[in-house]
Design a protein. Structure first.
Lengths: 339, 339
DNA sequence: ACAAGTTGTGTAATCGATTACAAAATCTAT
DNA sequence: ATAGATTTTGTAATCGATTACACAACTTGT
């Protein structure tokens, strides 16, 4: 490699010192116009580019931000990342994306690596399995800005950006009730996580507001995959009084449920309504398009990034807690023609 | 922030010099066992962690690798990235993911930023729109290792990892012929890109090998989206002799085609067969599951990462050109029961 | 003509590590 | 006991930038 040009090379070329070159390049006022011009010209001619590592070391800032998500191959997280990048990129930050694959140990490991790598902040959505908050404390101890999105954890002094999961659950369930469903099941993933807990609470509240009794047998915790949805349907349809609708906390679970209901010859939406959560793209692609609750992931990413930048610049003590709206997207799987 | 512990802090604590501390921490043999022990203990007690920026500046190596893709919200690229991370993570590299959104200017910009950020290498899949190779030359000029995956560009001295697109196109077309189709259309995206060109050549060769004439009216270049597929079907069905099968270079185009054929009341696969390319997850989720060609993206990512590491370590001059197999995945959209 | 102010450059420390080279401390052998 | 070898530690330069401080060279005003 023909070694890179440094400010020393430029200085030697012009018979001046590196300090002068640095000043010329940084628009420092204490420099003559003629010198500045000569430096800029020489720099361009020599293909000079500043060494970010030196800058970072000097400033104690790497301009790298860590984004930690369970995985990037769910559209939801990919879209959030896109939002984050959109916002951070113009400010000169690079985004380092890490996947926990929903494992707590991996999550702790990744945080260690990121802190070690001198990142300027961490934006993350915690794993399903995470019970212990010790590794988050490590972030706070080092005074590294932390913004949680979607999957929250009520931690003192930590900013978060979420959607209104309660309202999402409430609206989706109300919609099913309006469609004439009365025996509505709720499929959840991990009620210990705020998002799933709130969706369920929204579901329950909607039932209460419509004087429908809550049937605990209709509430099932399942794995977040199509298989989980299929198993849940098997369980539900074996009940003495099976439900007539499913409100799922995840599109993948709802998809599995629809697949299984189909196999059982149950007509959707005439005999049974289904609504999911997340508005993953495939919900539109299906022949029987699926209703879902949109979480505006790109907007969520953007907001998380803005909160982060705010925290950096203003060094505010207060943690921001932003809640974005949840938007109902109604499609064939839950809308009866009579409506 | 309670400033971070440095080797100087440890040295002061123990009344020795930073050099000794450095040696103790790096398993340098020129150090007494007792000193090493004391240093390690003190380092642990003081919560010492090396400053990667200083290391990077010293070594001229950042342990950051840039991964550039058109976008991460297509499962294909997300899976490749996963493969790359799997392989690079154990070697201590962080992956910086950048999206070009298929824009050449953005691509050039990103490369500039990455080079500037002192990354140790670039793994990328070029944008559809890229015609000018100037920004690639910039990478080579700086002697930064470059590995291209999937979307290749025949550049001197650049390693690449691709699948056998020709074979994929050939096998998919042969399959359609075996299903009894004779008027097979081919929907492509951008024939100036190697991958699409090769898929088309595979398609043509399969026709030739089966003595079926190539009908140029059956070859349509469309936008890579469901809309593109819908438009193409409109065009094809307006022909005096419409086709009886579609071989699409993209799953999204194939999906759009299926949607439109459905609207037209054409029965799939009885009257018309469709096969896509990429094996995106939604192809399985559809009620009429779609045949496709799997590109083993995770494996592709892993391989690209391995080629990169090889290049770094051995500093080999020769560019590796790895070609992975394409796997036919047959599903309902193209398999007739009579088979 | 000379003190005071302005402007442009140079000197050298700094960020946190690594690493030749030098020097001190300890050990070995006669 | 002492020369010589060996082990351990210290000194100082280095990576590529930034920046406080010092100082020289001009301007100005009187």
């Amino acid at each position: 490699m023909s070694r890179k040009t440094t400010i020393y090379d430029i200085a030697r070329e012009l018979n001046i010192t590196a300090a002068t070159v640095s000043r010329a390049l940084n628009n420092n006022p204490r420099i003559s116009e003629s010198t500045r011009k000569r430096v800029l010209e020489t720099a361009a001619a020599m293909n000079y580019e500043p060494n970010k590592l030196a800058l970072a070391l000097k400033h104690g800032k790497s301009y790298n931000v860590g984004v930690v998500v369970p995985n990037i191959d769910r559209n939801f997280f990919a879209a959030i990342i896109r939002g984050i990048e959109d916002e951070l990129y113009p400010h000169g930050y690079q985004v380092i994306i890490c996947q926990t694959h929903e494992e707590e140990t991996r999550e702790a490991e990744i945080i260690g690596t990121l802190l070690n790598a001198q990142i300027d902040g961490i934006l993350m959505s915690i794993s399903t399995g995470t019970a212990d908050a010790a590794h988050f404390q490590a972030i706070l101890n080092k005074n590294v800005p932390l913004v949680l999105f979607d999957r929250n954890l009520s931690l003192e002094g930590v900013s978060s950006v979420t959607i209104d999961d309660f309202a999402g659950g409430y609206d989706a369930t109300s919609h099913l009730i309006k469609q004439g469903c009365r025996r509505i099941a709720h499929l959840t993933v991990d009620p210990s996580l705020d998002i799933y807990h709130n969706r369920m609470e929204g579901y329950k509240q909607a039932l209460r507001d419509n004087r429908i009794e809550i049937n605990e047998a209709y509430i099932i915790t399942s794995v977040n995959s199509t298989e989980g949805g299929q198993d849940a349907v098997n369980q539900l349809m074996a009940l003495p009084e099976p439900p007539d609708a499913i409100h799922a906390s995840s599109d993948y679970i709802a998809l599995g449920a629809i697949q299984r209901l189909h196999q059982l010859g149950i007509k959707i939406p005439d005999e049974f309504c289904v609504i999911g959560f997340s508005n993953e793209p495939f919900t539109r692609f299906m022949e029987l398009s699926m209703s879902s609750v949109d979480q505006s992931p790109v907007e969520m990413g953007r907001t998380a990034a803005r909160v982060f930048l705010d925290q950096l610049e203003n060094n505010t003590q207060e943690a921001a807690k932003v809640v974005l709206p949840a938007k109902l997207c109604l499609r064939k799987s839950s809308v009866r023609k009579s409506d």
